[in-house]
Write a protein that binds this ligand. Structure first.
Ligand SMILES: Cc1cc2nc3c(=O)[nH]c(=O)nc-3n(C[C@H](O)[C@H](O)[C@H](O)COP(=O)(O)OP(=O)(O)OC[C@H]3O[C@@H](n4cnc5c(N)ncnc54)[C@H](O)[C@@H]3O)c2cc1C
Length: 414
């Protein structure tokens, strides 16, 4: 690819980048503005990350949370480039990808975050994670490989991190253990341990939720270790800071994520904790046409001065805000700052059980689980895609999980 010029460049087609593209392309069309959007992602598909733990445990299929990006642009004048971003230069308004250089008028940096192993020896090498579709599939095939291994009776799984993701995976795994493992893999005894460094799981949730979810996990057979810090991981064990060693045939790391701003940019543009510092209008200071949103941006709440959370809901709203911001800027109009008000938290804990915190109300059980899946389906673009997903899920709720192991000699790399 030679040097390319574009009007609006969106880097990363995850939740924030995807929403910016979706809203902005509609706005440009409606206002009859002839500007070209170029969206760049290292994958040729959009991934809805919050569902990946369900892919990893066979509750849903990969196609239920991923969309080929060319399907989004094929009826538009816009462009998708399947390339890895390597360097962003906001001064020159230029981005280097492994396919070539792109000059832009406006750019939105929405590259997300990656797993943080906190320099724990062995963690990167011996653990699995669910940060990308490929890593979720790797985990799934490892899990199925272990279940199909008839030489070992026991399968010990350790999950590191008792935040949302750790709890969500624990929920899926206990369902798998109680149903599919009991019926389809009767030779296997599966144990699940959730290791958390704090004194309560789900730190950010109300105490009522923490207690109720912990009780449910324990009732379903998950062992929860609190105030337990992992100091080392090996092929078959997790070692804790107090010296205790846990046998682990499969270790899943959900303990943290690292922000990736400095990977692509001169560190002088990144603030603390590696997030790209932006103003209340999500622009980089000194570079009003270069924006950042989602996990890779630090956007401070104007009242509390605390950064907005790295959540799908925030990335989605920031994407929508930026689409309108760019349109107003093109029209030469002033913008107001972005303010994030969360509508609530939706979290599944296994199949058919969830927690929904909406304003002051907290719901537990089937309805909460159903609301979360419905909200997700509404987010997916396309009427027929929505119908297909709802149909698949409905039919599938009467059967077993998707437990086909497609792993061959292929090496699945992130
Ligand atoms: C397992 C899990 C469960 C979660 N559950 C929830 C939940 O229930 N609710 C919630 O609100 N939030 C949840 N989150 C957090 C939420 O997923 C993120 O906050 C959200 O995805 C951030 O959106 P984003 O657009 O910043 O980044 P992402 O959605 O991660 O998108 C980043 C995009 O950039 C692309 N990319 C990255 N690097 C490059 C590169 N160098 N070149 C080209 N492309 C690149 C990626 O392929 C990806 O498409 C969860 C996260 C995880 C990991």
């Amino acid at each position: 690819m030679a040097t390319l010029k574009t009007d609006i460049l969106i880097l990363g087609a995850g939740i924030g980048g995807f929403e910016t593209f979706r809203t902005l392309s509609k706005l440009l069309k409606r206002h009859n503005i002839n500007k070209k959007i170029t969206i760049v992602d290292e994958n040729n598909y959009f991934t809805f990350v919050p569902m990946l733990h369900e892919v990893a445990t066979g509750s849903i299929e990969p196609t239920h949370c991923a969309i080929p990006l060319r399907e989004l642009i094929y009826k538009t004048p816009h462009e998708f480039i399947n390339a890895r971003v390597e360097y962003i230069n906001p001064e020159k308004k230029q981005v280097t990808t492994h396919e070539g250089i792109i000059d832009y008028e406006f750019a939105v940096i929405a590259l997300g975050s990656v797993t943080n192993y906190f320099n724990t020896p062995g963690a990167e090498q011996y653990t699995h994670n669910v940060r990308s579709l490929i890593s979720a599939l790797k985990l799934k095939y490892e899990l199925l490989g272990q279940l199909n291994n008839t030489h070992k009776e026991e399968l010990n799984i350790c999950i590191v991190g008792g935040g949302y993701t750790g709890v969500e995976i624990a929920g899926q795994l206990y369902d798998l253990a109680l149903r599919e493992v009991t019926q389809l893999y009767p030779h296997k005894k599966m144990s699940i341990t959730l290791i958390h460094s704090g004194d309560t799981i789900l730190n950010y949730m109300p105490k009522k939720v923490q207690d109720k979810v912990a009780r449910r996990l324990e009732k379903k057979g998950v062992e929860i270790l609190l105030n337990a810090k992992v100091s080392k991981v090996s092929n078959d064990a997790v070692v804790l800071a107090d010296g205790k060693t846990l046998t682990s045939d499969l270790t899943i790391w959900t303990a943290g994520f690292e922000n990736i701003g400095p990977h692509y940019m001169d560190p002088k543009y990144c603030c603390q904790k590696s997030r790209i510092q932006v103003t209340g209008e999500l622009t980089m200071p000194d570079f009003p046409h270069t924006y950042a949103l989602g996990d890779n941006a630090e956007i401070l709440d104007p009242h509390t001065h605390i950064a907005y959370p790295q959540l799908a809901e925030a990335a989605h709203l920031e994407g929508r805000y930026l689409a309108h911001h760019i349109l107003r800027t093109i029209h030469g109009k002033k913008n107001t700052r972005f303010v994030f008000h969360s509508k609530g938290t939706l979290m599944p804990v296994g199949d058919w059980y969830g927690v929904a915190q909406i304003g002051p109300f907290i719901l537990f059980g089937k309805l909460a689980w159903w609301i979360r899946r419905t909200v997700y389906v509404m987010f997916m673009p396309g009427f027929w895609r929505k119908i297909r997903i709802v149909f698949d899920w409905t039919v599938h709720s009467f059967g077993f999980r998707h437990l086909i192991n497609l792993k061959s000699d292929t090496d699945y790399t992130d």
